[in-house]
Each structure stands twice: as structure tokens, then as C-alpha cells.
Design a protein around this ligand. Sequence first.
Ligand code: HEM
Length: 425
Amino acid sequence: MANFPHAGQQPLVELSRAFPLTDLSATTAGADPARTYEALRAQWGPVAPVQMEPGVPAWLVLGYREFGTVARDEKLYSRDTTNWRLHREGLLPEGAAIWAYTPPVEKKPWSSFHHDGETRARLRRPLDDALDALPDAAVKERTNEVCGLLLDRLDGEEGTVDLVREYAAVVGFGAMASLFGFDSDTAEQMRQDSAVIMQEYGARTADARKRMGQALMGHVASRQAHAAVDLTSEFVRHPDFHNGREVADSMTVPLIAAAEFLTAWVALTLRLVLTDERLSARWEGGRIDLDQALDEVLWRDTPVPNSCLPRFATKDTVLGGALIREGDAVVLAMAGANRDPEFFAGELEVGNKSHLAWGTGPHACPAQRHARLITRTAVQRIRQELTLTLDVPVDEIQWASTPWVRHPQTLPARYRREATRGTEL
Ligand code: HEM
């Protein structure tokens, strides 16, 4: 570590004064995130100081080994925002977007995402149990229903479509909301509200939060009164949830994850198969296994490049040569660790699943099977029904500006309907 400035173990707050810190969104919205990660690694080593937004510094964990250390040690790297010094001491800038993930203590959500240890385990069990019990057929059926509705909305035999706004951004949330038992109108309102909550901070966010909270609590109450065959009813009857608020809070994370993360995975996979000549030729020739394309995205264009909610150090420690002080924010870089040259050099081996796109440790994504089924079904269905040609040069694609998720802002395409392409994937 001798070459790195923090070899002298300067605290984050001093580094943030002494150096212009890289914006986290350069790793998501920039044209070449790989280069940004490389530059950070070259300058700082496996743990780099960055700013999540102006005035909000954090450590970014780019090393594969260090990633595992942080993700698995919830005692030292807590998910509880009350351990964040900036938050605790009232130093978070007024109006900072990160407030959306780190609400005041009294409003801290009762979901596994925001807790550690036994409380995390208790709140996580219903999620795991309900998702494990969900049959593949139900996930595919609901996804296909939403795909059908979206494809029916397109006019005529040929035309133009924005594959992000009119498809990728709607399909995942629609499928997940339907699995939770929401009707399609409520689901669409909640999808719009969740987009506002994740992307803005201000009066509109407060309204969106309130409306979404009411929709969730109303739905939970209706399932408490009359159970149905859906995920909400599974949650309601689970003995580990103590009340309706815990059920509603624990529904928010999977719904928002479905909205944000599936938008990214569907959009990135469509972009890849439409722009990568090597892949599209194999696709047309019927030789591509769609799962290979999905895995290539998880490795190379990781949909969730950085963990949305940081961890917060509960005591001073040294990680990858960096001095982490009690109360510092620590962000896991899934996409950075997937490119750690010490572990992964050269071409990917087919079938290698040791990437970190799902995280690892006690907070790893509980919906990996479901996310793959939804994404695979959505990509397969649109490719079967439409012949698509991208309407924008690949190097002019604009990226959504968020520090956590990477996906094209828009993906304009021309389409022609097919009777049914029938390519088995
Ligand atoms: C059906 C769609 C999805 C659902 C319902 C879902 C649900 C969740 C939930 C509830 C968590 C938090 C678990 C906890 O903290 O206990 C989580 C974490 C996570 N999910 Fe997913 N997810 C979905 C799709 C995806 C996709 C498409 C990706 C990216 C390929 C992804 C990547 C992650 C990652 C990286 C974490 C861990 C974050 C961390 O440790 O900081 N998820 N997911």
C-alpha cells in the first residue's frame, strides 16, 4: 500500500478536504465506468475515498477480498444509519438525496435492509420463506401478463418504442407488484411514486412517500382481513413479523428493488443483445443461450454497481490500507470488485458465477432466482414478438444519473411485429 496517499492513514474527512473526490455517479452514469474504477484503484488501492454527492464522503470498496470482509461482518460494518457520524451529528447537507435512504431515526424502516444481527435475521426470514416458496411458473406467468399489456400498447405493425421508458422500467415492478397482489392501477401509481422517491428529494418526494405508504398499509390491512394467494398474505401470516408496519416496510425494499434493479438488468441486456455484433449474430443464428447474455451483464455491466445503502463502521479499523474511522460510511462497489485484477484477469470463463452482482453475506439479494426469471422472460418475450433495431448510435446512449444503478436513460428503437419468431432461447 506504500504508494497510496492513505498509506499514511488519513481520515476520510481530511482526505475529502485535501483531494477533489470522485463523484460516485461517475461509476454509473459515465460512458466508461471501468476506466473510473481503474483510476480509483490506481490512485487509492482497493478502498478509495469518493463522494456520494457533494459534501457526503464515503469509502468505496473496490477490492474483491475487502468486499467480502465488509459484506460478511455486520457487527463492524452496520446497516443501521444511527451509526453514521454525519447523520448522528446533524452534518448531512440539507436536501441531500441520500436522505431518501437514511430517514430520521424515528422513521427508520422495519426491514432487514436497515437492521443488523438478530433483528435483521428475524425480518429477513419471512422474505426468504415467501420468495423460496414462490413457484417459477407464477413468476413467469405474471411477467408474461405484464409483457403482453406493454406490447399491446404499441401502435400498429411497426413504429418506434423507448425500450427503457415503455418496457424495461415497467415490466419488473409490474410483475413484482402483481405477485404481491396489487391491481395494475395501484401498481402503476406505486411505480411512479417509487421513481420519485428514488430520484428526487423535496416536496414531491414527501407526497410520493405518503401515497406509497398508504397504498402499502391499506393493502396489508386488506390481506389481514382476508388472505389471498400472494406474497403479501405470506408475509401477513409469517410468525416473525410482529405487526402490519413491519410487513409494509419489508414490502417496500423488494418493490423498489424490482423497480430500480430490474429496470437496469432488462435495459442492459436489451442494449447488449442489440448492440453487440458478436452476441446479436449468435442470437439470430439461434446459438445464444439467453442466460449467457444475462451473466455477461452481471459481470461486465453490473446493474447495481454500488450498494444503495452504505454500511457504517462501528469502530476504527483498517481496510485495504485505508483508515476507516468509527461512523464513516462504507459503500460496496459490486462492479468495482467484479473487475478486481487480482482475481479476474482476461476473458470470462463460461459458467463462472463468482461475481458479486447480488452482493454477498447476510444482506445478499434474496430474489436472485426471481429476478433472473423476470428478466429472462421480459427479454425473451419482446425479442419473440418484435424485430428491434436500435435508433441511436451505441456511443450516444445517455446513462441515467444515479450513484447506485446503471442503465440507459432511454433506448429508442424501431420495431416490426413478428407473427411469433419462435426462437427457443
Ligand atoms: C425481483 C427483483 C428483485 C427483488 C425483489 C430484490 C430484492 C432485494 C432485497 C429485499 C434486498 C435487501 C436484502 C436485505 O438487505 O436483507 C436486495 C439486495 C440486493 N439486491 Fe436485489 N432484488 C431484486 C433484483 C435485483 C437485481 C436485478 C439485482 C442486480 C443484478 C439485485 C442486486 C441486489 C444487491 C447487490 C443487493 C445487496 C445490497 C447490499 O448488500 O448492499 N437485486 N434485493
